[in-house]
Ligand binder design. Sequence first.
Ligand code: ZN
Ligand code: ZN
Length: 363
Amino acid sequence: MRTRAALMFESGRLDVHEVELEEPGADEVVVRMVAVGVCGTDLHSYKGEWERPTPIVLGHEGAGVVEEVGADVTSVRAGDRVVLSWAPGCGECSACRRKRPAACAPLSTAFGRGTLLDGRTGISFEGETVYRGTATGAFQERLVVAAGAALPLGETIPLEQAALLGCAALTGVGAVLNAARPEPGFTTLVIGAGGVGQFVVQGARIAGAAVILVVDPVEGRREQALRLGATAACAPENVKEAVRALDPEGVDYVFDAVGAPETTALALRWTRGGGTAVVVGLPAVGAKLSLDPLDFTNREKTLTGTIYGSDDPAVALPRLLDLAARGELELASLVGPSFPLDRADEAFQASLAGSPGRVLIEP
Ligand SMILES: [Zn+2]
Ligand SMILES: [Zn+2]
């Protein structure tokens, strides 16, 4: 089977080529991709901050329609609308046993190697192996994935909006509801109002935050956060006075939706004594933190992290769909500009430029 895919042969550039796909196995499905978001993880690879095997197809935040299913697949049928999960998990390691497939040990190995869980990629270009970003590789017209990675969506939400559920929404909302689990009435600072940050803001609103301060250098993103439930927003140079105006000691919870060592340091700094800083954004490989242990002893702060919403995506997705149906989770206004597959490079440039709203590629 052949399809068209956006290949990255070297960082900073995508080229669309026809590639060869292996036929789906008994427990795999073929998904015709309709909308795929450009996520921070993709940008790390594109910018060369993560060394990736090449050529590679990036993309993991997607929605589409099932075209074909393997003989053993019962969870979805041809014609079903689905959201991709990038964490099907092996089902057997300690992370999978505690229902955290995103922390699955074999999956983590697969991420590093640019393959699927079983070590294959199932994609080739002119006889050469094509690797997969985030064990997925969704910037293609057709995608072969494990049935467990294609979560049924039902008929309610347009696929452009559904794509966002697959990574940014699960990650951002889950960071608040599952990783932090704050009591209603809490105060919070959200660092970074990109795709994930906007969903952290919404998660905080849903969890009953009294104060949601957002810091981001891009004005359009700050305005968007205010529309989604932030009570205040500021540029990075004003964060000190903005937090002090709320409470000189800091806030109950700080979410670092960027994940750079500088923003994590900022998160810990503005967490009040006894409060919690949660790292949500993924740092560049090799990044190191410099910590003051007194923050943890004398000031009893907690520093923690979360991946993919700290829950099983198959369990968390129906909850998000429910929140969206009730109008508590806003998706439509978070969809940014969309680009056809042939203009994948432009899509990445728009995302790097800080476009408010998720930039989508529509293969
Ligand atoms: Zn992502
Ligand atoms: Zn596992």
